[in-house]
Ligand binder design. Structure first.
Ligand code: AMP
Length: 455
């Protein structure tokens, strides 16, 4: 299998990729990267979880940074040369973050624009110019109508999750966008499924495309035992300590929503005598490597990670994944629990869910098309009268940042950036479902005796 180097990516790109902990390209990357670098059109069948984002992002960075019109620095004004269209703002933010991460050692800029947030910061961003723009179709057209975007220099167009875009009724918007773009350009179409509508779009859009199709990375949702433990907001930490101790878990990957939350949890677990370390964007590479090594050789019981930091962690047969906070983006749930149950091993994914998170849980269940069994733990019966509060979005991570001003050029220096003082916008909280609904009250661990009340 070819390495990232051998696929034709420059040293600066390979370095950024290695820093993510990726050791080898995924199948879609093996095929897509050389095809896109060559310059032709591409039709790719790939779902989320296959590494498709890097599959188009990396070769685009390669092309834009090595072309004769490549910019010399990050700050000068420049035209938009690559446009990525996505169906949702979450995906848009995610893709732009990938561009940003993989392009950190290149003199290229990226930005993201989507609807539902103020347009003015985006106008400012577009005025300055970015090399790579990620956008949802509607907002892109708004900018076009207002004359605040210039798409005349687009060299590469990507339609990401094209099937979802059609499902969401974006076909007319897409056609309008295509009509604005310069005729001569490279087109990449990614879709998980190939309906007649997608085929028709591909026919219209693509010129003699390379075609690749890969299977899903793993069918996580089917093989992993999943459980939700309803819990009061302020009882999550004692519940986690309780679960680890009573079940004698020895290797647990715990996900928190924010870096701050990760640090706080590590501290709290330490006080309980549970060895824990955090990995996230504010940690140095050496601290992350150390934590990961100790976790792998089982001298560390708990590794606490944010979604972004957890990318690239690949540990076979990880027995337990805990969602200390549910992710804001439902797809992240699938990524998170995919860390367990690998290679046929039985895995368990446990989510501690408080009243604020029921809407997120409903979104996840919709995505994975199943209800996750709920189980109340003795001693942690949630208050049935608790009211949902807005969820603090990731304090320093912008990904999935609903309500954020979306245009953003790369922060100078620190990569993931320092706390920016940005106020989290509107949150994903929703109508509270009574905590007791659809809940089985069972003992959490086999070996306990005594009766329990059931809320
Ligand atoms: P995607 O299918 O693009 O949503 O990517 C799924 C996940 O795989 C993301 O969390 C990526 O960070 C991760 N990923 C992408 N490429 C690789 C790779 N070559 N090795 C390990 N993880 C990867």
């Amino acid at each position: 299998m070819a390495s990232f180097n051998e696929l034709g990516l420059s040293e600066n790109i390979v370095r950024a990729v290695s820093e993510q902990g990726y050791t080898s390209p995924t199948p879609i990357q093996q095929q897509a990267i050389p095809a896109v670098i060559k310059g032709g059109d591409l039709l790719a069948g790939a779902q989320t979880g296959t590494g498709k984002t890097a599959g188009f992002t990396l070769p685009i960075l390669q092309r834009l940074s090595t072309a004769s019109n490549a910019p010399k620095d990050k700050t000068s004004r420049r035209p938009i040369r690559a446009l990525v269209l996505t169906p949702t703002r979450e995906l848009a933010a995610q893709v732009e973050e990938s561009v940003n991460t993989y392009g950190k050692y290149l003199p290229l800029n990226s930005g993201v624009i989507f609807g539902g947030v103020g347009i003015n910061p985006q106008i400012k961003l577009l005025k300055q110019g970015v090399d790579i723009l990620v956008a949802t179709p509607g907002r892109l057209l708004d900018h076009h109508q207002q004359g605040t975007i210039d798409l005349r220099n687009i060299e590469i167009l990507v339609l990401d999750e094209a099937d979802r875009m059609l499902d969401m009724g974006f076909i007319h918007d897409i056609k309008k966008v295509l009509a604005i773009l310069p005729a001569k350009r490279q087109n990449l179409l990614f879709s998980a499924t190939f309906s007649d509508d997608i085929k028709a779009l591909a026919d219209r859009l693509l010129d003699n495309p390379a075609m690749i199709e890969v299977a899903r990375r793993n069918s996580t949702v089917e093989v992993i035992a999943q459980k939700v433990h309803p819990v009061d907001r302020d009882k999550k930490h004692p519940m986690l300590a309780h679960l680890i101790k009573t079940n004698q878990w020895s290797q647990v990957l715990v996900f928190t929503r924010t870096k701050h939350g990760a640090n706080k949890l590590v501290e709290q677990l330490g006080k309980d005598g549970i060895a824990a370390m955090a990995i996230h964007g504010n940690k140095s590479q050496s601290a992350r490597t150390k934590a990961l090594a100790e976790f792998k050789d089982a001298s560390l019981t708990v590794l606490v990670a944010t979604d972004i930091a957890a990318r690239g962690i690949d540990i076979d047969q990880l027995p337990h994944v805990v969602n200390y906070d549910l992710p804001n983006v439902p797809e992240d749930y699938v990524h998170r629990i995919g860390r367990t149950g690998r290679a046929g091993a039985t895995g368990e994914a446990v989510s501690l869910v408080c009243v604020d998170e029921f809407k997120l849980l409903a979104d996840i269940e919709k995505l994975i098309k199943r209800q996750i069994p709920q189980e109340i733990i003795e001693g942690f019966i949630p208050d049935p009268h608790a009211k949902a509060q807005p969820i603090q979005l990731r304090s320093q991570d912008h990904r999935g940042g609903r309500g954020q001003p979306s245009g953003r050029t790369r922060p100078q220096g620190s990569g993931q950036g320092k706390p920016s003082g940005r106020t989290p916008g509107k949150t994903a909280q929703g109508p509270a479902r009574p905590a007791g609904a659809r809940v089985a009250v069972k003992q959490s661990a086999p070996r306990r005796s005594g009766s329990r009340g059931n809320g």
